[in-house]
Design a protein around this ligand. Structure first.
Ligand code: MLT
Length: 410
């Protein structure tokens, strides 16, 4: 018989969102007439911006002609897109990132999991708690943890609680860690990191020769001008950080798939004999071997996100979802619920009314109001007693959801 990767058996029953999907399907089967509004998974609902659709059509037509047809592209991405990212997301903000440090991919979820391929197995890994489950589960799959306990915490990982008590700012780890996952604006809490907070982390990483894996998938939602969009806005970060970005939540690419990873040329890790080695060639080698590049059509679509029309249309989309977030936040607050996030992020994080457990509240909300959210404990033990609502939905559904929510807890 063939041996399997037994690390998978350490994983909790199911990835959080499929588990929610299973419960909702079960409810809908038993209640076929219920008009269920889904504010669970952060999946966009609005159509692609017109400039992006036009670019996709044009690229499809190019693929239909012998002269302009493209086969395999560069595994790291076409230079037209890498240049556009470097110019618009970084240089325009005065951030030092060059096009050849940008690796185009099929999404930041994939990259944030795949990145473990270039790291050794004996790193001490720190995650915030609650946290985007992909960071934890991919470390479990890679064998970087021991078993999980009933609260969902895995032996060997260092958990950094982020709760109302510490203002959702993780304390530096008490022990030395080598890899640190940070996500800002944060999924799931919808909170942001100030320049000072990020500097603290960059300084820690420099002092401890650690690497920060910085997930900036939601940076387009930052409304406060003092909040950094990139870890590289912090001096010294190029020596200690990898950054992930996504077209999912700004340009609506959750189904189209495109993201990117920045690996600065000076970023180094160490080998068993203590010598230092650059990570940029390792990630390039990894991508060349295991990935054949994002499709030409999708990369042309992503490029259009940086055209003047694309930027304006994406701005409207972001404002639309941020208005949804505001309506959710204000609607819940007026019902006496304690709410966080939702200002610089498309997620609203609330304290479960009446001190209910996160999953009990999930069931209540589904049964009584036909609303779906995400239980905070699904993101980690410190998420217990909290609940996440996503602002990704139509205006009509968000308004209806607020009304139902208010009626339920009145
Ligand atoms: C979420 O709901 O947390 C996100 O949609 C997950 C993701 O982007 O993969």
């Amino acid at each position: 018989m063939t041996f399997v990767n037994e690390n998978y058996s350490k994983l909790k029953a199911g990835y959080l969102f499929p588990e929610i999907g299973r419960r909702v399907t079960d409810f809908c089967t038993k209640n076929p007439d219920a008009n269920v509004i889904r504010l669970g998974i952060g999946d966009v609902t609005e159509p692609l911006p017109a400039a992006i659709v036009a670019a996709m059509h044009k690229a499809v037509d190019e693929m239909a002609n012998r002269e302009s047809f493209r086969g395999y592209g560069p595994e790291q991405g076409y230079s037209f897109l890498r240049d556009a990212v470097a110019e618009n997301d970084y240089r325009a903000r005065g951030i030092d990132v060059s096009a050849d440090e940008i690796f185009i991919s099929d999404g930041s979820k994939c990259d944030s999991g795949n990145i473990l391929d270039i790291f050794g197995g004996s790193n001490r890994v720190a995650v915030t708690d609650p946290v985007y489950p992909v960071y934890v589960d991919t470390n479990v799959m890679a064998g970087n943890t021991g078993d999980g306990d009933d609260s969902g915490r895995y032996e060997g990982l260092v958990y950094l609680p982020v709760t109302a008590e510490n203002g959702f700012v993780p304390a530096l780890p008490e022990e030395d860690v080598d890899l640190i996952y940070l996500c800002y604006p944060n999924n799931p809490t919808g909170t942001v990191a100030t320049r000072e907070t990020l500097k603290t982390w960059v300084d820690y990483a420099r002092d401890h020769e650690a690497i920060i894996l910085f997930d900036a998938a939601y940076e387009a939602y930052i409304t406060d001008e003092s909040i950094p969009h990139s870890i590289y806005e912090i001096e010294g970060a190029r020596d200690v950080a990898i950054e992930f970005r996504s077209f999912s939540k700004n340009a609506g690419f959750t189904g189209v798939r495109c993201g990117l990873t920045i690996v600065p040329k000076e970023l180094k890790g160490k080998t068993a004999d203590g010598s230092k080695t650059n990570l940029h060639p390792l990630w390039s080698r990894r991508q060349s071997t295991k990935f054949n590049g994002t499709s030409y059509i999708v990369q042309r679509a992503a490029e259009a996100a940086y055209s003047p029309e694309g930027k304006a249309q994406i701005g409207e989309l972001i404002n639309f979802y941020l208005t949804n977030a505001r309506l959710l936040r204000e609607g819940l607050e007026s019902a006496g619920v304690t709410v966080y996030g939702g200002v610089n992020a498309p997620y609203v994080w609330l304290q479960t009314p009446g001190g209910k457990s996160s999953w009990d509240f999930f069931d209540d909300l589904l049964q009584k109001a036909h609303l779906v959210g995400t239980p905070g404990s699904g993101f980690g033990a410190s998420g217990e007693g909290y609940f996440r609502l996503s602002a990704f939905n139509s205006r009509a559904n968000v308004e209806e959801a607020v009304q139902r929510f208010q009626q339920m807890i009145a």
